[in-house]
Design a protein around this ligand. Structure first.
Ligand SMILES: Cc1cc2nc3c(=O)[nH]c(=O)nc-3n(C[C@H](O)[C@H](O)[C@H](O)COP(=O)(O)OP(=O)(O)OC[C@H]3O[C@@H](n4cnc5c(N)ncnc54)[C@H](O)[C@@H]3O)c2cc1C
Length: 348
């Protein structure tokens, strides 16, 4: 049920951080740095607060403080070893009702994308999902920037009346976390016992397993060859994979090759996929929708191949090649292979 409350009672920015037992997730650190930026922009007095749930959390506050947290709330309990939506949401709801943050940010990870709407529904407030930027307007309200209409425009989402204002952001979209001086930060412990009593335990997590990634991980590759719908045939997709192999890079994709079954979900680049910053990005048969461009625009050198000279991807490209994938890729691959053979002969 909707609660009646005063908007002005809600203050400060929280980041619901994630950890996997060994480390804090990259997006949580990126969000803390963004939260500090928003705090300074809005001249907010309240400390930027990281909330961390799990077990054996004692080593994590320093890392959170380094990325921008001025206060850390730890909810450390054996029942929270693995992420469980219901238990985590009940605890966060309880904390929010007690302490009333104005803004809550989460990573648009598998867990964050599950948790944010559940918390939003329990608190009867709005959630802007998969944002690509976050700002404060003149009234101090959160402006969550989200691609709309198939990525053709960027829309501002506001939640002017309800509190807290919630948003999720994909890893890598906001840029790297900064390193803040962190000699002084507060750490508080929250006992989740009361909230956990309400957890019906309908879903029990018994472990976590990770899907093995083939080849060079996309986020770490210095060269990314990304294929789009213009390369989504069996022959053309093989060319994309061969080019990536010859360059020692990783294969990325837009959404259509994923839908067609040529690529795997961990290869998608963009607002619903990964953000990459390779030294070289080669886009093959990609139109340049905002949903994709948001995930690759910060690459060092952007080379695009498209048969349409007016393709929007060319607007963000350093090198534009107007050509058919099926014609140009075999020539590029042959040239690169010949060069590397010549190099081997020269060194031998
Ligand atoms: C909520 C939401 C989230 C989304 N998230 C993502 C995301 O994270 N990542 C993502 O990529 N997309 C995402 N999308 C989809 C996105 O909006 C675009 O539809 C998608 O990026 C387009 O992919 P594309 O450029 O491969 O295909 P198209 O837009 O169809 O473009 C294909 C291009 O290939 C060119 N071409 C065709 N044949 C050839 C050829 N033989 N040789 C050379 N060029 C050729 C064409 O000229 C065209 O420019 C999302 C959409 C929504 C609604």
């Amino acid at each position: 049920m909707k609660q009646s409350y005063k908007r002005e009672d809600y203050r400060g920015i929280w980041v619901i951080a994630e950890q996997d037992g060994d480390r804090i997730s990259r997006v949580s650190l990126e969000l803390l740095t963004k939260a500090r930026e928003l705090k300074e922009q809005g001249k907010l007095a309240e400390p930027v607060t990281a909330v961390l749930l799990g077990t054996n959390l004692a080593d994590f506050p320093a890392k959170l403080a380094e990325a921008g947290a001025e206060a850390v709330i730890l909810v450390d309990h054996a029942a929270l070893r693995y992420f469980r939506n219901e238990a985590y949401a009940l605890i966060i709801k309880e904390l929010v009702e007690e302490r009333k943050p104005s803004v809550i940010l989460m990573g648009a990870t598998a867990a964050g994308s599950d948790l944010a709407p559940t918390v939003g529904a329990k608190l009867w407030t709005g959630v802007a999902a998969h944002c690509v930027d976050l700002k404060l307007n003149d009234q101090g309200n959160l402006v969550a920037v989200v691609p709309a209409f198939g990525g053709k425009v960027l829309g501002d989402i506001l939640c002017p009346e309800l509190r807290p204002q919630m948003a999720t952001v994909r890893p890598g979209i906001l840029g790297k976390a900064l390193c803040f001086p962190h000699d002084h930060y507060q750490v508080e412990h929250h006992d989740p016992a009361a909230a956990l009593v309400k957890d019906k335990g309908l879903v029990q997590a018994i472990g976590v397993s990770y899907e093995p990634v083939q080849g060079v991980p996309l986020e770490e590759a210095e060269v990314v060859v990304a294929g789009g719908f213009g390369a989504a045939t069996e022959e053309n997709w093989q060319l994309v994979e061969t080019l990536a192999g010859v360059l020692g890079g990783a294969v990325g994709c837009t959404r259509p090759p994923l839908d067609e079954g040529w690529a795997r979900d961990y290869q998608m680049i963009g607002t619903s996929g990964k953000s990459v910053r390779p030294k070289v990005y080669i886009g093959v048969g990609i139109s340049g929708a905002t949903h994709h461009v948001c995930g690759m625009k910060d690459a060092g050198l952007i080379i695009s191949i498209n048969k349409d000279e007016k393709a929007p991807i060319f607007e963000v490209s350093d090198i534009r090649v107007t050509a058919d994938v099926a014609t140009i890729l075999p020539l590029v691959i042959e040239g690169l292979q010949k060069n590397s053979q010549d190099e081997v002969c020269r060194l031998a």
